[in-house]
Design a protein around this ligand. Structure first.
Ligand SMILES: Nc1ncnc2c1ncn2[C@@H]1O[C@H](COP(=O)(O)OP(=O)(O)OP(=O)(O)O)[C@@H](O)[C@H]1O
Ligand SMILES: [Mg+2]
Length: 641
């Protein structure tokens, strides 16, 4: 809800908090606004509580997913069945009209037939309308459940998954795959069953009209149709697979090039990008054209067989009629009315046959979507919460690493046998060359990843046994590339502490020294940040990220290059703020600037997959090792400035 809206609880039960004074809704409107509010659906509660471990659900298959809805699905099937049956009354009525009304010249009967026919049409219309609504609502419900379920699973997965998975592909899962499934559920599946049933019905009715004629029709039409359908299935299966792959590529390309737009502009790659995208979209169009072509051949082929069969039935019917009922007696064994009804039913016979082929395709793409979603849903988070997680209520911040080794990719270790002890309340600075593994070390402590071997203890407990909630709520991380959400500065700050009041927010801004900057902005805290904070400078982004972590008052603080992009003045301001913030807290500070690093109680030089030196600043300088060299170089430069 935007600014200036009515107070929460009037519109939208999950509504936000407004900061402007609100005069209240005039009494004469209150009743109606409240009535509106009651009608507004409320999705703010989780029906299933979020858990870090995947719930014990059966593997995702079409059947396991539809299981809980079987009665509603059966209801849909019943409606479709009734609609189909109503459609089959027509030929019967035609027969009655011809044999019992037109030939004997009985208007009474004709009138009756007309009334029954009219009534059945009205009924069919009502049933069809209801069916469309019913299946639509059911399909949307299923999609809603599925979307939330897939999204919840994505929230559960670990960082490595998102590093490896192309974002565009995930988008395809959430859009076109889920839509393919939606079409299948809303129309495909139920129609598939209904058309199959209706085919059987029609054959049964045909037999009841005339056995030899039906047999002849089936013997001639069925093999041709089966052959054609088999061909269609084979060809179109490949075609639709192609279409699905191509749309995934279109979305992936879109995602990539849009999120890298800054780079695209600076390298002047627009033209190239357009050509590239045109190729991808062109492939998608080609794939669609191919399937359309296959479908059109199949459609016109079935129409041809349909017409041919009808002609054959007409000629055969002529002979049968002459044989069994030469006088055209309307009460005879096979009548002229029956022949006409038979022909109408032959036409009907081909409708489900035609529809079945199309539905088969829907089934195919729906099923392919199910397989892809199943793979996604059965990917376990690589950082799994233990089944009996222990809560650390009041984290002291004693951190110990015992022989920790880690690699992002097998065979390429980033850290080897690292051991380290940080006492509660101590601050430690990681320094070392680029790519040495400093950020990795910090990520392991925050349990974004699990080590390949060795263990990490916080307050003497293995982090693997600690509940992720209690770990992450007491451990504040300012990552190397801070991320801001689309929203105002206020929203981004409140991300850490949703209920923080204005005073607290401003205090946090004051602590990191952005109070003035915010005061200068015409909209203040309500200034919008664009996606990923691209409308703010890197330094401003870092400062905001710092303020955000200030707000959450973590017990352990991890700052990854938190001051690398700010000017000297801001840096010293932040350092002063850090001095207060770090009091009584454990802190891990990763810094290339030794001015920041040297303030820490301990300094660890990370290099060559291990900790090369560790100790207080003065000791390391006195020791005359790697750090002493670094420091000397830095000091010399500093003096010359
Ligand atoms: N998600 C990842 N997948 C694979 N390799 C990675 C991943 N993240 C980092 N690496 C590799 O691991 C090594 C250590 O990276 P890390 O980010 O820990 O370095 P760093 O010491 O923080 O460097 P910098 O000072 O530049 O931030 C690097 O060689 C890097 O290429
Ligand atoms: Mg780093």
């Amino acid at each position: 809800m935007g600014r200036g809206g009515p107070p929460p609880g009037v519109f939208g039960k999950g509504g936000g908090k407004s900061d402007l004074p609100f005069a209240g809704i005039p009494p004469e409107m209150l009743e109606r606004t409240n009535a509106l509010a009651d009608k507004e659906p409320d999705f703010s509660e989780l029906t299933v509580p979020f858990s870090h471990r995947p719930p014990d659900e059966p593997t995702f298959t079409l059947w396991s997913f539809l299981g809980p809805y079987k009665f509603r699905m059966a209801g849909g099937l019943l409606l479709v069945g009734i609609a189909e049956m109503l459609g089959l009354i027509g030929p019967y009525l035609v027969m009655t009209a011809i044999d019992d009304a037109i030939i004997p010249g009985d208007f009474q009967v004709l009138l009756m037939v007309a009334v029954i026919w009219g009534a059945s049409l009205v009924l069919a219309m009502l049933v069809n309308g209801f069916r469309t609504w019913y299946l639509g609502v059911l399909g949307q419900l299923l999609m809603y459940e599925l979307r939330v379920r897939v999204f919840a699973h994505l929230q559960r997965l670990s960082l490595d998954f998102f590093t490896e998975e192309k974002a565009g592909r995930l988008m395809t899962r959430m859009t076109s795959d889920i839509e393919a499934l939606s079409t299948l559920l809303q129309t495909g599946l139920i129609n598939l069953v209904a058309q199959g049933l209706s085919l059987m019905f029609i054959v049964a009715i045909l037999f009841s009209f005339n056995v030899p004629l039906t047999i002849v029709m089936l013997v001639i039409a069925a093999p041709v149709m089966l052959g054609m359908t088999a061909w269609f299935r084979r060809v179109s299966e490949k075609g639709y697979e192609e279409v699905r792959n191509k749309i995934a590529e279109v979305l992936a390309d879109l995602q990539e090039s849009l999120s890298g737009m800054r780079l695209v502009i600076s390298f002047n790659r627009m033209k190239h990008n357009i050509i590239n995208h045109r190729n991808v979209v062109g492939d998608y169009r080609e794939a669609n054209n191919r399937t359309a072509w296959v479908s059109s051949i199949y459609q016109s082929g079935t129409t041809f067989v349909n017409v041919g069969t009808s002609l054959l039935v007409l000629i055969l019917g002529f002979f049968i009629l002459r044989e069994v009922n030469p006088t055209m007696d309307p009460d005879g064994e096979f009548t002229i009315g029956a022949l006409i009804a038979f022909m109408a039913l032959v036409d009907r016979f081909f409708r489900p046959v035609n529809a079945l082929a199309g539905l088969y395709n829907q089934f195919q793409s729906g099923n392919a979507a199910v397989i892809k979603l199943r793979d996604l849903l059965s990917t376990p988070p690589s950082v799994m919460e233990s089944s009996w997680p222990r809560k650390i209520d009041d984290m002291q911040g004693d951190i110990q690493l015992n022989n920790v080794s880690f690699s992002y990719e097998k065979g390429a270790p980033v850290l080897k046998d690292v051991s380290l002890h940080i006492e509660a309340g101590q601050s430690i600075a990681f320094v070392g060359p680029t790519g040495a593994g400093k950020s990795t070390l910090a990520k392991l402590i925050a349990r974004f990843y699990d080590p390949d071997s060795g263990e990490i203890l916080i307050d003497g407990q293995n982090v693997r046994d600690v509940s992720l909630d209690s770990l992450h709520s007491q451990l504040g991380v300012v990552p190397q590339e801070p991320f801001l959400f689309h929203g105002s500065i206020r929203d981004n700050l409140k991300f850490a502490v949703p209920h923080a009041d204005e005073e607290t927010l401003l205090a946090a801004c004051r602590a990191v020294g952005i109070e003035d900057m915010i005061a200068r902005l015409p909209q203040g805290l309500d200034t919008p940040c664009h996606e990923r904070g691209s409308s703010l400078s890197s330094g401003e982004r870092q400062l905001l990220a710092l303020a955000r972590v200030f707000l959450s008052r973590p017990r352990v603080l991890i700052l990854d290059e938190a001051t690398s992009n700010v000017d000297q003045q801001s840096e010293s301001r932040i350092e002063r703020a850090l001095d207060t913030l770090l009091q009584g807290r454990t802190a891990i500070i990763i810094a290339h600037r030794l001015a920041t690093a040297r303030r820490a109680d301990l300094i660890a030089v990370v290099d060559d997959k291990r900790i090369r030196e560790m100790g207080p600043h003065n000791d390391l300088v006195a020791q005359g090792g790697y750090y002493a060299d670094m420091y000397e170089t830095w000091e010399r430069q500093h003096e010359s400035e």
